[in-house]
Design a protein. Structure first.
Length: 407
């Protein structure tokens, strides 16, 4: 098929059946909706896969075995230890907070660690909301050891507190006894002596009121539980979304392939609407009416039909075998014009590698249809065709094609 040489950019087709700008508006709406659908679909898939992975990890690896227990503690001046978990007073909570600091101190942890040599254990203490209760948790290599760690924390804390109170008691009684000795030597100090003796009795009673540390909840093993598994699922979903989002950004650079979003919105040229979805066996498997309908719609959108003479259309594929189907559809539509008058000449050029003189063919064409298959064709090939069309001043129309049942 001969094509006029040295042709320049041709005026747009006269008497076009498509309203000016309508195809572009359809294209833009298609680009936006497809981008949104692709993004949402990819993110949903990433989230679902991440959530499932998170649940699997949560069930298979629930974390280190742990145990917990709850104690109540009070200062000597406030021995009314709560047993029904009432709202604690500010004084009670202030004192309990100071004991949480002690329980979380490095020196206290070292004392507990001595009871579990060569074992990896961890301890933490926290003040429960609105109470003076202290929640003690521990992790270890197994649940039994974790329970023993919590028991040891309670035991060491109670002993340490009793030791501190014993020192305070002895110091207080020694100071009172010294004052009693002075008062007993004063003949007029009978009243003072009686008061000091009452103070000594009160002090004895205060320090002998019993253990000021009570176990509210006995140490027991705890499991990861459903909430921890759900949390891992949520974190897995977020990780999946981030992975997919990152993949969408770097995929074209890593593979060098054209994405669907890039094919529709990122190539410098007109994009034919809609995307051409063909059966797995190619355009030949379509019904004859569908072949002509698709070809006619594509042919109508080509902007380079000359006012006179034949309309030469070069169909170029960005991948092996991609141009043949689209060229066949265009030929079906072109055959409807009959043999009289100007003809539409369709030339299947294959890929740039198939046609060494592709630049000459493009320069002599009125329109170039670049067939792009998302996720299959290479960006470098697309760039070669687009660059050649630009330098030749020939309008390029991108036909996005895919085959159902293929990647």
């Amino acid at each position: 098929m001969n094509m006029p040489s040295g042709s320049q950019t041709r005026p747009s087709k006269a008497g076009a059946t498509v309203e000016p700008g309508a195809a572009d508006r359809l294209k833009l709406r298609s680009v936006d909706s497809m981008r949104l659908r692709e993004l949402c679909a990819a993110l949903i898939v990433g989230a679902v896969v991440g959530i499932l992975a998170g649940f699997v990890v949560g069930v298979a690896a629930p974390g280190r075995p742990g145990a917990s227990g709850v104690i109540a503690t009070a200062a000597l001046t406030d021995r009314g230890l709560p047993t029904e978990s009432p709202a604690a007073t500010d004084t009670q909570r202030t004192y309990a907070s100071s004991q949480v600091v002690l329980l979380n101190s490095a020196s206290f942890h070292q004392e507990v660690q001595k009871a579990f040599p060569n074992q990896d254990i961890s301890i933490s203490a926290a003040l429960e909301s609105q109470t003076a209760y202290i929640d003690i948790t521990a992790t270890a290599g197994d649940s039994d050891t974790a329970v023993k760690v919590v028991q040891k924390v309670v035991e060491l804390y109670a002993k340490d507190k009793l030791d501190r109170e014993a020192v305070q008691k002895n110091n207080a009684l020694a100071a009172i006894d010294q004052l009693i000795g002075v008062a007993s030597q004063n003949p007029a100090g009978g009243t003072q002596l009686a008061r000091l003796q009452e103070l000594r009795v009160d002090t004895e009673l205060q320090y002998s009121a019993g253990n000021s540390t009570q176990v509210i909840v006995e140490p027991a093993a705890i499991s990861a539980g459903l909430s921890a598994i759900v949390l891992k699922g949520i974190l897995g979903g977020l990780a999946g979304v981030l992975v997919v989002a990152g993949g969408l950004l770097i995929w074209p650079r890593v593979t060098g392939r054209v994405t669907r979003t890039m094919a529709i919105g990122g190539i410098d040229g007109k994009v034919a609407y809609p995307e051409i979805v063909l059966p797995a066996d190619g355009a030949q498997a379509l019904a004859a009416v569908d072949q002509k309908t698709i070809g006619r719609l594509l042919l109508t959108q080509l902007p380079g039909r000359p006012a006179e003479g034949d309309h030469h259309v070069a169909v170029v594929g960005s991948g092996v075998g991609s141009s043949a189907d689209v060229a066949m559809l265009l030929e079906k539509a072109a055959s409807e014009r009959g043999s009289g008058g100007p003809q539409t000449v369709i030339l299947d050029c294959g890929t740039p590698a198939d046609t060494p003189s592709l630049s000459d063919v493009i320069r002599n064409a009125d329109d170039v249809v670049l067939v792009v298959r998302p996720n299959r064709d290479k960006i470098a090939v697309v760039d070669v065709v687009v660059g050649t069309c630009k330098s030749a001043g020939v309008p390029i129309t991108v036909a996005v094609a895919s085959h159902s049942g293929r990647q």
